[in-house]
Design a protein around this ligand. Structure first.
Ligand code: MG
Length: 369
C-alpha cells in the first residue's frame, strides 16, 4: 500500500466563550485547526487533525502546521502508511523537531492502519475493550466564586474531575482560590490545580505550603528543573504538561523525580506513535496520566480517547475533551462524546471519525497526484 495524496484543510474554530489561563495572562477566543486527509493506492483514506491551543500556550501555532506540511507531505508520497515507525523516522530526518506538525500526519496513518487491519485504534494500542473514559472539565481562571460556579455547571453535565486553572503573582488570591474550591467541591469529585507555569518556585512553595490541599498540582513553573525543585518541597502530587515535548524530556522528568504523573497529548509530543511510547513508559514507572489532546475538534479528541481507553485503569486519569469549548462541530455527532461523564471510543475500524466536507470547505493544499 502506498500514500498517493495528502490534502490539507484549514478551519478557524471559535470558542463558545473567551478562555483564560495562567492567572489571566493568556486569553483565547478561537483555535486554528488543520485537517489532513491521506489517500492510498488501495482506496483507504485516513484523517488527522493538528490544532495547537492558540499560539501562546506552546511553541506551536496553526500556520506552522501548514508550513511544515509543505516539507513533510511530499516526503510521505509513495510510502506505506502502515509502517508507522518508518513514517516517523522519515519525518524526523526531513524536519527535526516540530512535533505538532507531524501529529496530524501520524494520526491519519494510524487511521489507515486500523482500517487495513479491521481494528479500532484502542485495540491496536493494546486495549481489551472500548473502555469508557472519565471526562475532565476545564475551569477557566477567575475569582473563587466564578470558578466554583463553572465547577457546578460541569458537575451537572456529569464531570467528576475538574482542572481548575490558577496561577499568577497574587499569592493571596491563589491561596483563596484553592481554599474555596476545595471547600466547595462536591463529595466524590476531584480537582487538579493547573498553574500553567505561572508561578516562580518560591511562589509555588509559599502557596502550596499555605493550604491544606493534597490535590494534584499541574505545571506549577516554567521548566522541569523548577517543577522538580517544587515537587521535593510540597505535599501535593505534581503533574507535568507544557515542559514535556520529547521522550527524553519524560525520561528526565522521571530521573529528577519531577512528577508523579503527566499529561499525554499527541499534538504536543508528535502524534499517536510518540504518545503511545510515552504512555507505555508512564505505565512502567507508575505514573498516572491524563490522556487528551492539546486542542481540536471531536476528531482529535477521539484519537486521544482511543489511547486513553487502552491504558490500564490504575494509570489513567480523566480526559479533557476540547470540542465542548467550540462553537463549531466539523465531525457532526461523531466520535467520543461526553455521555453522563464518560467518553467511549468508536469500535469501527481505524479512528472512526470523518469530517464533513461542507464544513471544512476547499483544501488549502494538495500534495501528490
Ligand atoms: Mg495543563
Amino acid at each position: 500500500m502506498k500514500i498517493t495524496r495528502v490534502t490539507a484543510y484549514q478551519l478557524d474554530m471559535p470558542l463558545t466563550e473567551p478562555y483564560f489561563l495562567s492567572g489571566g495572562r493568556l486569553r483565547f477566543e478561537k483555535l486554528d485547526s488543520t485537517f489532513v486527509r491521506i489517500e492510498t493506492d488501495e482506496g483507504l483514506i485516513g484523517w488527522g487533525e493538528g490544532c495547537p491551543w492558540g499560539h501562546t500556550y506552546l511553541p506551536a501555532h496553526g500556520p506552522g502546521i501548514r508550513a511544515g506540511l509543505e516539507i513533510l507531505a511530499p516526503a510521505l508520497i509513495g510510502l506505506d502508511p502502515r509502517g508507522l515507525d518508518h513514517i516517523n523516522r522519515v519525518m524526523d530526518v526531513q524536519l527535526p523537531g516540530h512535533p505538532y506538525v507531524k501529529s496530524p500526519l501520524d494520526l491519519a496513518c494510524w487511521d489507515i492502519l486500523g482500517q487495513a487491519a479491521g481494528m479500532p485504534l484502542w485495540q491496536l494500542f493494546g486495549g481489551a475493550s472500548a473502555t469508557p473514559v472519565e471526562v475532565n472539565s476545564s475551569i477557566s481562571t477567575g475569582t473563587p466564586d466564578q470558578m466554583i460556579a463553572l465547577i457546578r455547571k460541569a458537575s451537572q453535565k456529569g464531570y467528576r474531575t475538574h482542572s481548575a486553572k490558577i496561577g499568577g503573582t497574587d499569592t493571596a488570591l491563589d491561596i483563596a482560590r484553592i481554599g474555596a474550591i476545595s471547600a466547595a467541591l462536591p463529595s466524590g469529585e476531584n480537582v487538579t490545580f493547573d498553574v500553567n507555569r505561572a508561578w516562580s518556585p518560591g511562589t509555588a512553595i509559599q502557596v502550596l505550603n499555605s493550604t491544606n490541599t493534597r490535590d494534584w498540582v499541574e505545571q506549577p513553573c516554567q521548566t522541569l528543573e523548577q517543577c522538580a525543585h517544587v515537587a521535593a518541597r510540597v505535599h501535593n502530587p505534581i503533574m507535568l504538561d507544557e515542559c514535556l515535548h520529547t521522550f527524553d524530556d519524560h525520561l528526565e522528568a522521571w530521573k529528577t523525580r519531577g512528577c508523579e504523573g503527566v499529561k499525554v497529548k499527541p499534538n504536543r509530543v508528535g502524534g499517536l506513535t510518540r504518545a503511545r511510547q510515552i504512555r507505555d513508559f508512564g505505565i512502567s514507572v507508575g505514573w498516572q496520566m491524563h490522556i487528551e489532546d492539546v486542542g481540536g475538534s471531536a476528531l482529535a479528541d477521539t484519537a486521544a480517547i482511543h489511547l486513553a481507553a487502552s491504558t490500564p485503569d490504575e494509570n489513567r486519569l480523566a480526559s479533557w475533551l476540547c470540542h465542548y469549548h467550540l462553537a463549531i462541530d466539523p465531525v457532526p455527532g461523531q466520535g467520543a462524546r461526553n455521555v453522563n461523564g464518560v467518553a467511549t471510543p468508536p469500535s469501527t475500524s481505524g479512528l472512526g471519525v470523518v469530517p464533513d466536507f461542507n464544513i471544512l470547505g476547499d483544501p488549502v493544499a494538495v500534495f501528490g497526484g
